[in-house]
Design a protein around this ligand. Structure first.
Ligand code: PEP
Ligand code: MN
Length: 345
């Protein structure tokens, strides 16, 4: 349940309603910026009718509240003039890791020529083995942001730890929260206080409601610029790196107003299948894709098996363009047919 308070509610009134909620044995969170109280486990608006400073009560019967479609119809926001969730799929491309200046500039130049507006690249990498390449750190952030500036791109890069927030904030346009940090609640709480988009990847062991509650954590602080990103979940089957959960795309779209992107690169972990799964994710309704590419995939210092070459990526982008225009033509035709059918004779 979300209780919206009137603008001029004073602290005494706020205390009185909070005491009432406590007396009902419920937990709650007061969202100061929005003057809203989010109450867990209460599906009856009646107890709050007596408070004349209550503006509106939203009955939301799921665990996730702020990310629920009852709270908001659709979240749209811009990243340096490029709108997210506008109906046009957003494409993010780039290497798993920023490896050197040349690699990231070459990638930036290539994708910008294709009309892609977002570049990805990790500077602080979460590696399973401590002996593997862990990223260039701050130098990597400097390289990717310089490349993005030169080719008019927006930077998507991972925030691995809160101690790095200031640096990553300065160089990134979208802060990526990786699978391993989806449940880092202290970090999510801090991200609620910033004014920059966050891409929240799904934890590899996380259920849908846990993922949506992680988004609620960020929203509690006031930041509503969130993109969810499906990146595959763990399964018993060792054939693929992960199970790329396509089901979750339409499911999340029905449960949440937040845009949902898909990362088929980590989803399947094999470059051979990335093109098919990219198209499948768009067909399932994804609002955007994040794809790993590399000038020389075999030489990539991380995730080389799943990186597309430039040529493969260009081929995929052609297919994406054909597919998305076919889908939008089809939608347009259906809308036109409906208009003909429903217009007065
Ligand atoms: C990545 O995008 O390179 C990455 C490490 O992703 P994830 O957190 O999904 O594993
Ligand atoms: Mn990667």
């Amino acid at each position: 349940m979300i209780i919206r308070l009137k603008k001029n509610t004073n602290s005494e009134q706020l205390n009185s309603i909070q005491n009432k909620i406590k007396s009902l044995g419920c937990d709650f969170f007061y969202r100061e910026k929005h003057n809203e109280i989010i109450v867990s486990k209460l599906n009856n608006e009646k107890p709050f009718e007596i408070f004349d400073f209550v503006d509106e009560v939203l009955l939301i019967e799921t665990r996730h509240q702020l990310s629920n479609t009852i709270y908001k119809n659709k979240t749209r926001f811009s990243v340096k003039d490029i709108e997210i969730n506008s109906g046009v799929a957003t494409i993010i491309a780039g290497p798993c890791s920023i490896e050197n200046e040349e690699q990231i500039f070459e990638t930036a130049e290539f994708i910008s020529k294709l009309g892609v507006k977002f570049i990805r690249g990790g500077a602080f990498k979460p590696r399973t083995s401590p002996y593997n390449f862990r990223g260039l750190g701050i130098d990597g952030l400097k390289f990717i942001s310089a490349a993005a500036k030169k080719f008019d791109l927006r930077v998507v890069t991972e925030l691995m730890d809160l101690s790095l927030l200031d640096d990553v904030y300065n160089y990134a346009d979208v802060l990526q929260i990786g699978s391993r940090n989806m449940s880092n609640f202290y970090m999510l709480n801090e991200l609620g206080k910033i004014n920059k988009p966050v891409m929240l990847k799904r934890g590899s062991n996380s259920k849908t409601f846990e993922w949506l509650l992680a988004a609620d954590y960020i929203m509690c602080g006031g930041n509503e610029q969130i993109i969810l990103c499906e990146r595959g979940i763990r399964s018993f089957d060792p054939e693929m790196r992960n199970v790329f959960d396509l089901n979750v795309i339409p499911l999340v779209k029905s449960m949440s107003h937040l845009p949902i992107f898909a990362d088929p690169s980590h989803g399947c972990g094999n470059a051979t299948f990335v093109p098919q799964m990219s198209l499948a994710a768009l067909a399932a309704g994804a609002d955007g894709l994040m794809i790993e590419i590399h000038p020389e995939p075999v030489k990539a210092l991380s995730d080389s098996q799943q990186a597309l070459s430039f040529f493969e990526f260009e081929m995929l982008l052609n297919k994406i363009n054909k597919m998305t225009s076919a889908i939008s033509n089809q939608t347009q035709n259906i809308t036109e047919q409906n208009q003909i059918l429903t217009s007065p004779k």
